[in-house]
Each structure stands twice: as structure tokens, then as C-alpha cells.
Design a protein around this ligand. Structure first.
Ligand SMILES: Nc1ncnc2c1ncn2[C@@H]1O[C@H](COP(=O)(O)OP(=O)(O)OP(=O)(O)O)[C@@H](O)[C@H]1O
Length: 363
């Protein structure tokens, strides 16, 4: 397995890109550590597949350089980069049996027959197709074919990395959960470098150690699922991750602190100097309290989701979502307050650290 460095990668599908908007990938500078499990997460069209195809060699970037373990591979093919890639829709050899499909990439590389037998049997068990080893792929369901495609990616131990592009789209929901857990387990056992593209936050957060969140051709944050939840770097990460997403509230900052209308908000640490930036507070619904004290609120709607309720309210005309326990009673004169530990401050959509935590830093 390999460490993958992306140095100043940009990509435009247009022949003569002029402005930033012409680039599907604006600028990517990132290292995927050897043996890391990464998810590329973001909405449709943000550049995930473009980035994945640049790593695999299906696409040559307009600018920049790709290195595997310090060696430049920018001009090498997928085969020469020794990459296994699993796509959204299954790519299998219909006329071969399930066993032959998995054995094929190993035979191609001259792996010894006993080793092929051992690895193929092990992988077949892992993907739940051991009992169908001798069946032709042709008659199988899309689900099972995709399991073969996953198996073909996993059967080789010599690859630099395994790349997955929304591989569970065609898999039924229960099997999705099973395969996701198996991929995670495989990663624990064999420490493959894995990059997994998805627009589904559950898939990303359960699979990856590090989630790379992308928006409009840029990486906006790389972090553990916990960091993305507690300290979103950008308001986009705040509302893209979480259900419902983070509340983002415009605030006024002055020498005394942050204010929503006439109401002062208690913050941890000192507020950094922010010049003329657009200032917002980001507070996840899990950190909003509804009770007798705080800012007067109007309840608009209550959603019952089973173990908890989501209360949709407004304060000073701004929508706020609040998560409360299933049995909790709502006050007749509702007020909203924020747990200071759950408040993040944003200047022009990017998070700023409270000054005390950064020792005198300025936004
Ligand atoms: N072959 C192509 N030619 C021209 N534009 C393209 C091509 N492939 C992708 N794009 C554009 O590049 C941008 C990024 O696309 P990309 O497929 O990388 O996004 P994505 O995040 O993987 O989206 P999705 O989840 O829908 O696959 C989009 O605006 C898309 O329309």
C-alpha cells in the first residue's frame, strides 16, 4: 500500500480555463497516509469522482503532480499505478464463474495457484458468495455482481490503494450495512489505503477514519467524524453533516460580545477581531436548549423521529432547530439558549477560533 500525495492539483474539463469557476477541481493539496481509510464526501457535482479518477490515473489533471510513496505517477496509467477501483455499477466478466472473476486479476499477475485458491476462497467468504463460487456471473443479481466487483478489488494484496466510487448504490439496504462493516473490518486487518467516494454522510462517517468534505471543487475540511461534528471548519460542513444540520445564525459582534437582535450570547473565550466579515454563530440542534430562559422563541413545528423530537422554532425571525428527548414537555412560553461548548463562530463562512484558545490570534 502507498502514501498518496496530491500536490497543487487543479482540473478543468474545458480546454482553456480562465477563472476559478472553469475548474471542476479548484486546488487540492493533500496527503492520503499509507494505510488510511478516507471518505470523499460532498454533494453531487462537487468534484469527488474527478479527484478519484485523478488518483487512479483515469484522468490526467490540468495542473499539479501525484506521488505514490514519493514517486511521481502523474503520467502513469491505472495499471502502472497498481490501483484497484470499484465503480458505482458492477464491472464483471459475465461468462466467467464467480471464482474465475476473482482469480482473474491474480492470474494476470502470475500469482501461484495455491495462493490464488487461498485468497479467492477467503474473499468469497468475506463477500458472502462462497456457496456460489462455480456459478456463472451472468445469471446473478446486480447486488451479487457488485459484490464480485468489490471482491475483485479486495482480492489483491499488492495494490497501492483501493478506490471506491459509490460502490454500494446498487446494494440493498441491509446488505449495504453488512458490506460497509466488512470493509471497515478488512481495513483493520490489512491496513489497505482506501479512498471511498460517497454523498451519503452515514456511509462516510461509518467507513472512514478521516472524512474529506468537498464543496464546489474544493476541500473544505478533512477530519475525524467527531471533529466534523463538533468543530465544522465551514458553515457548509455544519449543515451538510448532521441531521438536521447545524443552525447558522447571523450575529452582530461588538466590544461586549455576540448579539442576535437585542440579545447577548455567552461565548467561551474572547471574540477575535473580525474587521468587516459577515459573522455567524453555528450551533448544532443537539446544543440548543428550549425552556423558560434565554431568547423568546416561537415554535413552528415539532417533528417526532422516534427516540427524540426535533422542534423547529424561530428567534428574532431566524429559524432554529432544537433536539429534545422524546418525553420532554415544551414550555408554554418558550425561550431558547445555547450551550456555550457547542457554539462555533464563523467569519465569512469560515470558523474562527476564540482568541483565548489560540493565544492572541486574529481572525
Ligand atoms: N467528462 C466531463 N466533461 C465535462 N464536465 C464534467 C465531466 N465530468 C464531470 N464534469 C463536471 O465536473 C464537475 C465535478 O463532477 P464530478 O463527477 O467529479 O462530481 P461528483 O462530486 O463526483 O458528483 P456525483 O456525485 O454526481 O458523481 C461537475 O460540474 C460535472 O458536471
Amino acid at each position: 500500500m502507498a502514501r498518496i500525495d496530491l500536490n497543487n492539483i487543479r482540473h478543468a474539463y474545458l480546454p482553456d480555463p480562465a477563472s476559478d469557476d472553469d475548474y471542476a477541481l479548484k486546488k487540492v493539496q493533500h496527503t492520503f497516509d499509507d494505510g488510511g481509510a478516507y471518505a470523499l464526501l460532498g454533494p453531487s457535482g462537487c468534484g469527488k469522482t474527478t479527484l478519484l479518477n485523478i488518483i487512479s490515473g483515469l484522468l490526467r489533471p490540468t495542473e499539479g503532480e501525484i506521488l505514490f510513496d514519493g514517486r511521481t505517477v502523474t503520467d502513469l496509467s491505472t495499471e502502472d499505478r497498481n490501483i484497484a477501483q470499484v465503480f458505482q455499477f458492477p464491472v464483471v466478466y459475465d461468462t466467467m464463474t464467480v471464482y474465475q472473476n476473482l482469480a482473474f486479476p491474480l492470474r494476470n499477475r502470475g500469482v501461484a495457484v495455491e495462493e490464488i485458491e487461498r485468497r479467492v476462497r477467503e474473499t468469497l467468504t468475506m463477500i458472502g458468495l462462497a456457496d456460489r463460487a462455480d456459478q456463472k456471473a451472468k445469471g446473478l443479481t446486480a447486488d451479487d455482481k457488485q459484490k464480485i466487483a468489490l471482491g475483485r478489488g479486495l482480492v489483491r494484496s499488492d495494490v497501492s490503494a483501493i478506490l471506491f466510487d459509490e460502490p454500494l448504490t446498487v446494494i440493498d439496504p441491509h446488505m449495504k450495512w453488512v458490506l460497509r462493516s466488512q470493509l471497515k473490518e478488512l481495513h483493520r486487518r490489512f491496513a489497505f489505503t482506501m479512498v471511498y467516494v460517497t454523498h451519503d454522510q452515514t456511509e462516510a462517517l461509518t467507513f472512514a477514519d478521516q472524512v474529506v468534505v468537498m464543496n464546489e471543487g474544493e476541500i473544505v475540511q478533512i477530519g475525524t467524524p467527531e471533529a466534523l461534528f463538533e468543530r465544522p471548519n465551514h458553515t457548509f460542513v455544519g449543515y451538510f453533516i448532521g441531521s438536521p444540520g447545524m443552525n447558522v445564525l447571523p450575529v452582530r459582534i461588538d466590544g461586549q460580545g455576540a448579539h442576535i437582535g437585542p440579545h447577548a450570547i455567552a461565548l467561551e473565550g474572547q471574540i477575535p477581531q473580525t474587521r468587516d466579515a459577515k459573522m455567524e454563530l453555528g450551533v448544532r440542534p443537539e446544543y440548543v436548549r428550549i425552556g423558560e430562559e434565554g431568547i423568546p422563541a416561537q415554535i413552528v413545528r415539532v417533528e417526532d423521529t422516534g427516540r427524540r423530537k426535533i422542534v423547529h422554532a424561530t428567534i428574532e425571525g431566524q429559524p432554529v432547530a432544537v433536539i429534545v428527548a422524546e418525553g420532554a414537555a415544551l414550555p408554554s412560553d418558550p425561550h431558547i439558549s445555547f450551550d456555550p461548548a457547542g457554539i462555533n463562530l464563523y467569519a465569512d463562512s469560515w470558523r474562527v477560533e476564540p482568541v483565548s484558545a489560540r493565544r492572541g490570534g486574529v481572525a
